[in-house]
Design a protein around this ligand. Structure first.
Ligand SMILES: [Zn+2]
Length: 424
């Protein structure tokens, strides 16, 4: 038996399974007959793959539809409770851990605050561990075994052959933090499935903006687009640039640091140490700071309440309202100029604004942001770029993080990682 031949057959089988699974995941439920045209596979191949995936518990029947005079056709879908996934968001003010079923519906969540925004790496690992312990109690029937843990972090993620993912998070003081090794050494990472067999579940770490971008592309405002930018505004500012349907990483996965592109040479000091970054003008912290400098009174300690206070103040009357409205108008112009750079650089069909601060400010600022984008970008690409709001809400980094192990599962044709048994 030639090794090459058996490998080819195995590859073909996996790619057939992946194709069926992906179409059912994103477009299901579908009947066997409907799977033919969308996958391009023969009815025999579809029948084989479906029989296997049903036996393994990855697929399940989801009712049936009548067909013109013939036998009713069974609809198939990915069984949401056949396995589960964990998404972790190492955010600016807290660490959130969420357990999802295969549909990415939440099963359990745990949230640990990061006091004073402290991002001491050892402390963050402890908080992730604590969050995992809390949600792992819910893994197992009826959720199925755990396929993997995805982690979104505020920094550039480098993959090293010796220690795995290393995080360069300049704005939070992380200089080459070996987060993957630290998490693997901690007691918090569970073994795979009921038949663990000593295998640790797969751990995937990526930039938080990229994971959220992936979630928006799969389930939110990016669906159907091939070239898009998901622009995220929180305390900091980041972006996920998608070209040809895939997130763009650059030579060392550092692409998309839109918040640290320069808006004003010699301008305001940024958290990264440079001057005049976009983040130093439109990040939540910077907007509040600019309001204070203009004579506003943010009052509230936390950024979210302060930003909400700014929006409310702008709706009032008198000098205080004028100051607030002015700060918001400037913010819209800065943001529009930053978005115009994205239009000119990437010529995307869609730019989607998200992040908690983006979602808070967006509805009020969007018309002015669009106007500024048109004023600063070249007319031809600007006329072909839609600027829209994210659809998934501010908590979607955990959903995005969970898409990391989910993607591997779908690409692998529904084969679980070593040590994880799906069917009982
Ligand atoms: Zn910066």
């Amino acid at each position: 038996m030639g090794g090459k031949d058996s490998r080819t057959v195995r590859d073909l089988r996996r790619s057939n399974r992946a194709s069926v699974l992906r179409h059912l995941y994103f477009e299901g439920p579908l009947s066997r007959q409907e799977l033919g045209p969308v996958t391009g596979l023969s009815s025999g191949s579809i029948s084989n793959v479906v029989t296997e995936l049903l036996a393994e518990g990855v697929l399940e029947a989801a009712g049936s539809v009548g067909s013109d005079g013939g036998r009713p056709r069974t609809l198939l879908r990915v069984a949401p409770r056949s396995a589960c996934l964990i998404g972790v968001d190492v955010g600016e003010t807290r660490v959130r851990v969420e357990l999802f079923d295969l549909n990415l519906d939440e099963v359990a969540r745990s949230e640990q605050p990061l006091d004073d925004g402290r991002h001491d790496a050892a402390l963050v690992v402890q908080l992730v561990e604590k969050g995992l312990a809390s949600v792992l109690a819910r893994v197992g029937p009826p959720t199925g075994p755990l396929l993997g843990v995805g982690v979104g972090v505020p920094g550039i993620v480098e993959r090293r052959s010796d220690v795995g993912a290393v995080v360069h998070g300049q704005t939070i003081g992380w200089d080459a933090v070996p987060l993957e090794a630290m998490l693997r050494e901690s007691a918090g990472l569970p073994e795979g499935g009921a038949q663990g067999g000593g295998h640790r579940v797969p751990l995937h770490i990526d930039n938080g903006a990229k994971t959220l971008g992936q979630a928006e592309m799969w389930f939110g405002a990016g669906r159907g687009a091939r070239d898009a930018v998901i622009a995220l505004i929180g305390s900091g500012v980041g972006a996920c640039v998608v070209t040809g349907g895939e997130p763009y990483g650059g030579a060392s996965r550092g692409a998309g640091e839109w918040g640290h592109t320069v808006l004003c040479v010699g301008g305001r000091r940024c958290r990264c140490g440079a001057r005049g970054c976009l983040e130093a003008y439109v990040g939540a912290r910077a907007v509040i700071e600019r309001w204070r400098e203009a004579g506003g009174e943010p009052g509230a300690d936390d950024e979210e309440s302060a930003l909400a206070g700014l929006l409310a103040a702008a709706q009032g009357e008198g000098a205080r309202a004028r100051v607030a409205a002015e700060v918001l108008a400037e913010t819209a112009e800065y943001l529009g100029a930053g978005i115009a750079d994205l239009v000119n650089l990437f010529n995307p069909e869609r730019i989607v604004i998200g992040g908690w601060a983006g979602l808070l400010l967006g509805p009020q600022l969007l018309p002015a942001v669009r106007e500024a984008t048109d004023a600063y970008a070249l007319r031809y690409p600007a006329a072909r770029t839609a600027v829209e709001m994210c659809r998934l809400g501010p908590d979607a980094v955990t959903v995005g993080a969970a898409t990391l192990p989910l993607r591997r599962f779908l690409d692998g044709g529904g084969s679980p990682p070593p040590g994880v048994a799906l069917s009982v």
